[in-house]
Design a protein around this ligand. Structure first.
Ligand code: MG
Length: 347
């Protein structure tokens, strides 16, 4: 165990462009390439790895993220890597618009800590890896024919998450269910429905045996979420309504569970807070992702023994992941390895 801390932390941020196997569409946008950022924090002879996936919907770009990270680098020069609470509180106060960049720093610091201690994060946190959930494989919005083709291609994945928010989405869901009668299906409308539409459409979702409905309406109206929850027969999960820890207490009683994404909340430290707050509020927990390499996915997977559901498929939706880390078994259960930190290495 090498706990000797280097003299000055060095932060480097570089573009990481990831190519999607298929154009990825939600009710909001279509993506062919994910413009992410890879971050390395060097402390003496140890390097921690982190990644940011800037979100255009929240006015973040690869360039704005790298600019923020370069400024953050100067603030980290005066710190040691174990001062995480102080470092991250400072970054949240200074860079409120760049949670994805903060997440990259947070992940790299956690990776560094794990590497210094020679242990994976799940073990440092005392978690039981036998309890990791299975992950869904996401089918983005597409034409009826293409969705059918994608379902066929996703044959090896037993859990599917179907993105909806188009005119014929119920027709598509009926076809997916016909093609995959035994699979667990989840539905994400990415804010694309109205309250009335959500309640109406959920009747069909229930008949089709959909496991839960994620974020049918735009964020910012918990009373409307409560109205939907009380009217439908399947669980209601949030995503866009539960970005950071403070969003959770007002959601108690309005929904059945929340989705946690590291790039939205600012990393593992905030993600862990969200886990505990959600539990105290009686809410289920899903761990989600954007289009991400194995760096971000492996980081989120470290928390997965604490989650009820996982939607950590960003790295399998791309064709050029430069890293390897968490893997899936045949049942799509997340398999955490014994490597130190986030358990991720260059391929
Ligand atoms: Mg979502």
């Amino acid at each position: 165990m090498n706990l000797e801390i280097g003299i000055q932390m060095e932060v480097t941020a570089k573009p990481l462009n990831l190519t999607l196997r298929h154009a990825f569409a939600t009710s909001r946008s279509t993506q062919h390439i994910a413009e992410n950022v890879i971050v390395e924090i060097r402390d003496g002879d140890v390097v921690g790895l982190g990644e940011a996936a800037p979100i255009k919907y929240y006015n973040q770009t690869q360039a704005s993220c790298i600019r923020a990270l370069n400024k953050m680098a100067r603030r980290l020069e005066k710190r040691t890597p174990f001062e995480m609470e102080a470092i991250l509180a400072d970054l949240r106060a200074r860079f409120p618009g760049e949670p994805s960049a903060i997440a990259a720093v947070d992940i790299a610091l956690h990776d560094l800590m794990g590497k210094r201690l020679g242990r994976p994060l799940w073990q440092i946190w005392g978690l039981d890896v036998s309890g990791t959930p299975r992950t869904t494989f996401t089918i983005g919005i597409d034409s009826f024919e293409k969705v059918v083709a994608k379902v066929a291609e996703a044959e090896k994945y037993p859990l599917l998450k179907i993105k909806v928010g188009v005119k014929n989405d119920l027709e598509i869901l009926r076809e997916v269910r016909r093609l995959a009668p035994k699979k667990t299906l989840r539905v994400d409308a990415n804010c694309g429905w109205t309250v009335k539409e959500s309640i109406e459409k959920a009747k069909t979702l229930e008949k089709l045996g959909i496991e839960f409905l994620e974020q049918p309406i735009p964020a910012g109206n918990n009373a409307a979420l409560k109205k939907i929850k009380n009217a439908i027969g399947i669980p209601l999960m949030t995503d866009e309504s539960s970005l950071v820890p403070a969003d959770i207490p007002p959601l108690a009683g309005c929904v059945d569970g929340i989705n946690i994404k590291l790039v939205k909340c600012g990393g593992l430290r905030e993600g862990l807070k969200m886990v505990h707050i959600a539990r105290a509020c009686g809410l289920k927990i899903m761990l989600g992702c954007m289009i991400e390499s194995s760096v971000l996915i492996s980081a989120a997977a470290q928390l997965s023994p604490l989650a009820d559901y996982a939607d950590l498929d960003g790295n399998v939706l791309i064709s050029d992941d430069p890293f390897s880390g968490v893997t899936l078994d045949k049942s799509a259960k997340l398999i955490l390895n014994e490597r130190a930190g986030i358990g991720c290495v260059h391929r």
